[in-house]
Design a protein around this ligand. Structure first.
Ligand code: APR
Length: 250
């Protein structure tokens, strides 16, 4: 079913849910002014020196030109440094305490869910404000923007570091995806909010939830591959739609 806004029937499904899991993608940050990767919903797309994201955010480029990879992430950090969470991020932070269990799984590395107050977050693709040492594997916060030094040096061993994000051609961080899968399998209500659902394994989580009996609610200005098996697709912007779920509860 396709809806343009949250109606009373959907609100009562929301009110009756006990275990909720949410998957977010770039679209949830679009209304904060963060470009997406593949467009949709009239959003701007990330560009950098005429190169495509699959090249810039790749393990291959990190091996051959780590300086360029850091410059690409430093550029994104520069853009994100002054960006605030939007109404969608804030709505999700408020949802957290309303359910028996609530898990927020995100593909985003922009840290805006945390900035909005969300706590139980599974970062599938890492975090742009962290670096990881290439020598001792320590992960540490690197908030200086622009970066004082490329690469930032490890606080523990002084070794060179890399962005603590998942690059194309790399596996997701150990344990994080498994926990996301468990929360999807246990959910009675599973939201998919602004991924285009073309990047796996994250795009497989709604299928895990559906096969375990959850209702799937998608929020996106455009239909995606999820729309064909979602119980409800809310065609609109997350920042306008998500607050509607709580509106009756003041
Ligand atoms: N609210 C909700 N969804 C929106 C909004 C909005 N305001 N604006 C755009 N969208 C939707 C678009 O219609 C599109 O379906 O957000 C989606 C953005 O898709 P992508 O750019 O492909 O982003 P995402 O799916 O998160 O990318 C997955 O790919 O590049 C890698 O690692 C990167 O995590 C990223 C992964």
């Amino acid at each position: 079913m396709i809806l343009a806004r949250v109606d009373d029937q959907l609100r009562s499904i929301f009110d009756g849910a006990r275990r909720v899991a949410v998957l977010t993608g770039a679209g949830v940050s679009a209304e904060s002014g963060v470009p997406t990767f593949r467009g949709g919903g009239d959003t701007e797309v990330w560009t950098f020196r005429g190169k495509h994201i699959t090249e810039l955010s790749s393990a291959e480029l990190l091996a051959t030109d780590p300086k360029l990879v850091w410059e690409w992430f430093d550029y994104r950090r520069g853009m994100l440094a002054s960006i605030e969470p939007n109404a969608a991020h804030h709505a999700l932070a408020r949802w957290e305490e309303r359910f028996e269990s609530f898990t927020l799984v995100t593909q985003n590395i922009d840290d805006l869910h945390r900035a909005a107050g969300s706590q139980n977050i599974l970062e599938l693709h890492g975090n742009i404000w962290r670096a990881r040492c290439l020598r001792c594997a320590s992960a540490f916060e690197a908030r200086d923007c622009p970066l004082e030094q490329i690469p930032p040096l490890c606080f523990v061993c002084g070794g060179p570091s890399r962005p603590d994000v998942v690059l194309f051609g790399e596996m997701l961080p150990e344990g994080v995806f498994e926990r996301a899968e468990q929360s999807a399998a246990r959910a009675d209500l599973f939201f998919v909010i602004g991924p285009s659902a073309v990047v796996y394994p994250a795009a497989g989580l709604p299928i895990v939830a559906k096969q375990s009996g959850a209702r799937i609610i998608e929020v996106n200005p455009e239909q995606t591959d999820i729309s064909m098996f979602a119980d409800i697709t809310l065609l609109g912007k997350a920042g306008e739609i998500l607050p509607q779920f709580l509106s009756t509860r003041g």
